[in-house]
Design a protein around this ligand. Structure first.
Ligand SMILES: [Zn+2]
Ligand SMILES: [Zn+2]
Length: 274
């Protein structure tokens, strides 16, 4: 299984998983042009993209849908509530043939993959994280997460790879320029996960199997990559897990094959494409 964060942050999110034949995107919050360019930059074949798994209807996760409906034949996986919310926000008609209905907690067999959406607390209609399993490998994408529920911890356990939100530094957010209601929303139990909470989650779900962690959906205003990295490093310091911070502007590829040296935490920046 190969993974790439194509974009991550409040200006647009898109993650890609591939088995070499089929590619599944998780969220499409950047333009189709950017999706194409970034896949090309990583030498991933656009023609292999078959479907998009949508986590929830906030614009930084669905912005490309209207163009993708016209320009591709990709299918959209989404729960019924999320699809209804998308239709109420975007002026689009998504034909039944393009929609793969999901239900949180119910796994779907797709192109030989097991796609398991699971409920996460966030202020959207029916937000989900995704756990993907393929040929003995398992990975999950969990962003836009107000707090880690027992269900979330359960689905983040026993993974080979985890892409996890590390949205904000609580002090930066509290002291920053956001209006108080927005601060309250982000800090709420249906808002976003702080660096500290992300590190706490990692500590609880870590197993020797966890080869890589990508910290995602960092706030531009209320976080610094080094703060997110520092919090997670505190937890992973003596554990053999590769730690990478995803960015808004630069696609980040990661092989999820178990060939990673397991002799300590790896801080790799050399894989980034500028
Ligand atoms: Zn959101
Ligand atoms: Zn978001």
């Amino acid at each position: 299984m190969r993974y790439a964060s194509l974009a991550s942050g409040s200006k647009g999110n898109c993650h890609a998983f591939s088995d070499g034949e089929s590619t599944l995107l998780v969220d499409v919050g950047i333009s189709f042009l950017q999706i194409r360019r970034r896949l090309e930059a990583l030498d991933w074949d656009l023609e292999q993209v078959r479907a998009v798994a949508i986590t929830h209807e906030h614009s930084d996760h669905i912005a490309a849908i209207p163009v993708l409906l016209k320009r591709t034949d990709w299918k959209f996986m989404a729960t019924e509530e999320t699809m209804a919310a998308i239709l109420s926000i975007q002026d689009v008609d998504i034909p039944a043939s393009r929609w793969i209905p999901l239900r949180a907690g119910h796994a779907l067999d797709w192109e030989g993959w097991r796609v398991l959406p699971f409920a996460i607390p966030h202020d959207a209609a029916d937000p989900v994280g995704y756990r993907l399993e393929l040929g003995g490998h398992s990975a999950a994408v969990v962003t836009d997460l107000g707090h880690p529920t027992a269900l979330v911890l359960d689905h983040c356990s026993g993974l080979d790879h985890l892409t996890l939100e590390s949205n904000h530094d609580v002090q930066m957010l509290r002291e920053g320029s956001y209006p108080p209601p927005l601060k309250a929303r982000i800090l709420s139990r249906v808002g976003h996960l702080s660096n500290e909470a992300a590190a706490g989650l990692l500590d609880r779900v870590w197993s020797p199997r966890l080869a890589s962690v990508v910290l995602a959906h960092l706030s531009e205003q209320n976080n610094e990559p080094e703060l997110a990295r520092f919090a997670a490093t505190e937890v992973l310091r003596h554990r053999a897990t590769r730690l990478v911070v995803a960015t808004q502007g630069t696609p980040l590829p990661l092989s999820l094959e178990p060939s990673v040296p397991r002799d300590g935490i790896m801080m790799d920046v050399e894989m980034r494409i500028e």
